[in-house]
Design a protein around this ligand. Structure first.
Ligand code: AMP
Length: 303
């Protein structure tokens, strides 16, 4: 594996692969790798010829009160983990390489960035503008055939998909399932901030999602009721809820009844650490050739 720090060097390196007709996969990250990151890299390894992982703690997606300086970093460990799953290039530019003096361009997706984590009362849409700004640059720098993102950051994945479609980036976006600890906690670099007690409390996020999913499977279709079920689990664990909301997976529009696939999303503070998690709630399509099931399923899901 090669670690490359400059854009010209990366371009030159990838140009050789392109001339040889090889496909390029990109996994954008902020480092401090865990199994969630490694699963994206493994998928890239399986699906593309040349795997590029970017490691850049992007300052423009952090708010003024957020943890940019404290964000965990360990490049040597990251490099060895990435190498272990067969990554070809670790692209680890410094800040001035990505945002040189005079940098003045923003990239903003409207609408879906203004709800959930982007709600002005929370992180605000500026967070996602930081994400789209850096991802647009990475797409232009790397020119990947496929880029890999995690469902853990469901809203981010949706925003990146929208941007890529709107701006005609010739890239396929793959979104892979959330990787969890054995007790359900979604893996996150920020989990390293949690004390032992907080780590225990943090399981309430996935338990809340489980409880809501169980209610959904049991036939509950009211968004308000499902949100209440999940929120109660967080409340019982004494966790400070930022939001628990159920919105349409497709466009994050508000849902009162889950009659289209829903995204149950939450953000909460455990101590001073902000954690997010989500679950897609959808009725499974009927099995092919089982007309009886199809009938039941339809009747069962329509209010
Ligand atoms: P980050 O380094 O936190 O910016 O994450 C880099 C990529 O890894 C993003 O596409 C995330 O959605 C994804 N990711 C982070 N945590 C997980 C997880 N637990 N499971 C799957 N993907 C994840």
């Amino acid at each position: 594996m090669r670690t490359i720090r400059t854009i010209p060097e990366l371009r030159e390196h990838l140009a050789e692969h392109r001339r040889a007709g090889r496909s390029v996969g990109l996994v954008p990250t902020m480092g401090f790798f865990h199994q969630g990151h490694l699963a994206l890299m493994a998928a890239a390894r399986e699906n593309t010829d040349v795997v590029v992982v970017s490691l850049f703690v992007n300052p423009t997606q952090f708010g003024p009160a957020e943890d940019l300086d404290a964000y965990p970093r360990d490049e040597a460990r990251d490099a060895s983990l990435a190498e272990g799953v067969g990554v070809d290039v670790l692209f680890a530019p410094d800040r001035a390489e990505v945002y040189p003096a005079g940098f003045a361009t923003s990239v903003t997706v409207a609408g879906i960035t203004e709800v959930l984590c982007g709600d002005p009362r929370r992180r605000g849409a500026a967070h996602f503008s930081g994400v789209t700004q850096v991802v647009a640059k990475l797409f232009n720098i790397v020119g990947p055939d496929v880029a890999f993102f995690g469902q853990k950051d469901a809203q981010q994945a949706l925003v990146v998909r929208r941007m890529a479609a709107d701006l005609n980036f010739p890239v396929r976006i793959e979104v892979l399932p959330t990787i969890r600890e054995a007790d359900g906690l979604a893996m996150s670099s920020r989990n390293s901030y949690l004390s032992a007690d907080e780590r225990q409390q943090a399981t309430a996020l996935s338990r809340g999602l489980d409880a809501a999913e169980a209610a959904f499977v049991g036939g509950e279709r009211s968004a308000e009721a499902l949100v209440r079920v999940a929120s109660e689990v967080l409340d019982n664990a004494d966790i400070d809820i930022e939001y628990v909301e159920l919105r349409a997976v497709e466009d994050l529009s508000e849902l009162r009844t889950v009659d289209v696939p829903g995204l149950l999303a939450m953000a909460a503070r455990v101590g001073r650490t902000r954690l997010i998690d989500n679950r897609i709630l959808e009725t499974h399509l009927p099995e092919v050739g089982r007309a009886d099931t199809a009938g039941t399923q339809q009747n069962g899901t329509r209010p």
